[in-house]
Every structure is written in structure tokens, then in C-alpha cells.
Design a protein around this ligand. Structure first.
Ligand code: AMP
Length: 229
């Protein structure tokens, strides 16, 4: 015998908590005060970097947070696995997902996407005269677009960290990476030769989720907007 129609079973989005994806690492710490001002209090082990948990309830029964790598925040939101997230504008520039809407600049985790080269050779050559250049970066699209705009082909060696080692070991001529204080570059004999973009973290939303759950998601956007003062 078939089960009787039950709206609660057939429409799980009405009872399932919204998911907000938050980035591990540096940005997570800067998110804390902002979440608190927005009235969002995740379970205590959310801030414990050693916990094996990845999904945490919050004081709002309609909102859970997940903790993922910064690049993966945009992917979870773009595919609708998370309805909202907090994500650096560097990641949005790199992926350019059409499904991701970024309604608010949160003004946190500010830094720059820069080109850096060994201090010893920086400025010794005019980049507009190059036909190609080897670049080490975790931002292949940003790096390729940047050089393509001046007619230079960028051969990008993709790395996920320790980019600063690449020029000294002959892996690339230069790097494209995030720079905050510049101390990591200095410690590795590199200097900034160009700033490609200023970066800050954004509140991001899945466009389809915003259309299907406008009240719940709109209310969360409003809470973040108010938290920014
Ligand atoms: P700094 O030495 O302060 O210039 O920081 C540079 C290092 O920190 C590089 O390895 C960057 O990839 C990383 N970094 C800087 N700012 C950020 C940020 N807002 N989010 C994530 N990583 C960052």
C-alpha cells in the first residue's frame, strides 16, 4: 500500500537547516566577531582546529555551518550543497561561478593578489615585451587572464602552497599569490612587482536557493548587513 501524501516528507527544504560554508584557516578567525554580531553562535568545537567534525549546529535551529577549504567554499555554494558562504574575492575571481551571487563585502581578511619576483632581478626586464612567462600559482585563471590582457602567454605551474620557493628553485620566473604584510615574500627574497586585485571576503549565496527560499536567506543577508553597521 502506498504511503499517504505527506508534505513534510516531500518538501524537505521546509525543515532542513540552511548550510553556511565557512573557510578554514586565517579567514575563520576573522569570521568569529562578524558571526557573533550577526547573532550566529556555532557549536563550541567549530573553533577547534583539531576537531574531526566538519558540520556544526548553531544557536539557530534553521542554520548549520560547515568548515571547508577556502577554495571549496565557492564550490559548495555554486553546486547548492551550501546555500550561503563566506569566501575571499580572490576565489570568486578565480572560478567566476555564474550560480554564485555575492551581495555583501564583509571587509575582512583584506589582502592583495600580486605578482612577485626575486628582488635581485625584479624590474630588469619589461614584461610587455615577453611572449610567454612561467608562473607558479594557485590561481591559474587569474594569472593567465592577467598576462593574456597584455598579449603574454602564461604557462602556469599549479601549486597549493609554498609558491615563494618556486623562483629560487627554477620552477618559475615569478609567482602570483596573496600578499598581506609582505613578510613571507621578504623572507624568501621576493618583492611585489604588480598588484592584480585587492581582496576581501564576501558573503556569497546560491542564486537558485535565494529564489526558492527568499525569506530565510534574505533574513540572513539582512543580519550580516546589520552586523556590518
Ligand atoms: P604575508 O606574509 O602577511 O604577506 O602573508 C602571505 C601568506 O599568507 C601567503 O602564503 C598567502 O597565501 C597567505 N595569505 C595572506 N593573506 C591571506 C588571506 N586573506 N587569506 C588566506 N591566505 C592569505
Amino acid at each position: 500500500m502506498s504511503a499517504p501524501y505527506n508534505a513534510a516528507v516531500l518538501e524537505p527544504e521546509a525543515t532542513t537547516p540552511l548550510i553556511m560554508a565557512l573557510p578554514k584557516g586565517r579567514i575563520l578567525k576573522e569570521c568569529g566577531p562578524l558571526l557573533a554580531r550577526a547573532g550566529i553562535v556555532p557549536a563550541p568545537d567549530y573553533a577547534d582546529e583539531d576537531t574531526r567534525h566538519m558540520r556544526f549546529p548553531t544557536n539557530d535551529p534553521n542554520l548549520d555551518v560547515i568548515r571547508v577549504r577556502p577554495f571549496d567554499v565557492a564550490t559548495f555554494v555554486a553546486f547548492g550543497a551550501a546555500q550561503l558562504g563566506i569566501c575571499g574575492s580572490d576565489v570568486l575571481m578565480e572560478f567566476d561561478y555564474p550560480e554564485v551571487y555575492a551581495p555583501l563585502d564583509l571587509g575582512i581578511a583584506k589582502c592583495r593578489v600580486c605578482v612577485a619576483e626575486p628582488a635581485a632581478t625584479a624590474g630588469s626586464d619589461d614584461p610587455s615585451r615577453w611572449s610567454r612567462v612561467r608562473v607558479a600559482s594557485k590561481y591559474p585563471n587569474i594569472a593567465r587572464r592577467h598576462y593574456a590582457s597584455r598579449g603574454v602567454h602564461a604557462d602556469v605551474v599549479e601549486l597549493n602552497g609554498a609558491m615563494e620557493l618556486a623562483p629560487g628553485l627554477g620552477l618559475s620566473r615569478l609567482i602570483v599569490d596573496l600578499v598581506d604584510t609582505g613578510s613571507t615574500l621578504r623572507a624568501n627574497g621576493l618583492v611585489v612587482t604588480e598588484t592584480i586585485a585587492n581582496v576581501s571576503s564576501r558573503l556569497i549565496v546560491n542564486r537558485t536557493a535565494l529564489k526558492t527560499q527568499p525569506e530565510a536567506i534574505g533574513a540572513l543577508i539582512a543580519r550580516f548587513r546589520a552586523a556590518l553597521g
